[in-house]
Ligand binder design. Structure first.
Ligand SMILES: Cc1cc2nc3c(=O)[nH]c(=O)nc-3n(C[C@H](O)[C@H](O)[C@H](O)COP(=O)(O)O)c2cc1C
Length: 183
């Protein structure tokens, strides 16, 4: 059985990206989902001085360990002013200092959602462009616009067209993990 690490890249307790990441990862058959809450990885703002003085915090080491243990990773990004949320960027920066490849060459399904019509496309494009240079295998992406209109707590994505698009991406992600197994 595959282990999927999933999280919304947000520290909001009502995070819509956490809801989407959780639902998306649970659509995979025969997968064990490990859902992270970034509130459990809150750390002082990364600085080279702090790292020199105190080293890498245990929470960052644990985050990297979870990445290493996963067969695949699902992240849904909150868009804050066109970019990553500070909560995600901070644990990412700390974790990136542990060693390369940062994302341990794991297959990734990157998503983003927002209450508005752009569906976090700005931050998603940024992650899609940069993550491959940081040791991630980005195999699938999906943006969900207008979360409150297109997502239902019980049913997940309720817009048929968007759901079909999501399924196509999910299959790509699922297949990429099978390929990894064969290698
Ligand atoms: C500081 C801040 C900046 C934001 N910037 C954007 C933005 O650039 N684009 C956007 O579509 N939504 C923006 N939003 C709205 C978020 O999309 C919205 O809060 C969303 O719920 C965030 O995802 P989350 O619920 O997973 O945290 C911003 C919200 C905050 C609090």
């Amino acid at each position: 059985m595959k282990t999927i690490l999933a999280f919304g890249a947000s520290n909001s307790r009502k995070s819509i990206n956490q809801q989407l990441a959780n639902w998306a990862a649970n659509q995979l058959e025969e997968a064990k989902v490990k859902l992270l809450d970034l509130n459990d990885f809150e750390l002082p703002i990364y600085s080279t001085d702090r790292q020199e003085e105190s080293g890498i915090p245990e929470k960052a080491k644990y985050f990297k360990e979870l990445v290493n243990q996963a067969d695949g990773i699902v992240i849904s990004f909150a868009e804050h002013n066109g970019s990553f949320s500070a909560a995600f960027k901070n644990i990412f920066d700390w974790m990136s200092r542990i060693g390369r490849p940062i994302w341990s060459e794991k297959p990734m399904f990157l998503m983003g959602t927002s209450p508005g019509g752009r569906g976090a496309k700005g931050v998603l494009a940024h992650a899609e462009n940069t993550f491959p240079h940081q040791g991630a295998k980005v195999v699938a992406t999906f943006s969900l616009p207008s979360f409150n209109q297109n997502f239902d707590q019980e049913e997940g994505i309720i817009n048929e067209e968007l759901k079909a698009e999501f399924q196509t991406q999910l299959v790509k992600f699922s297949n990429s993990m099978l390929v990894e197994q064969e290698v």
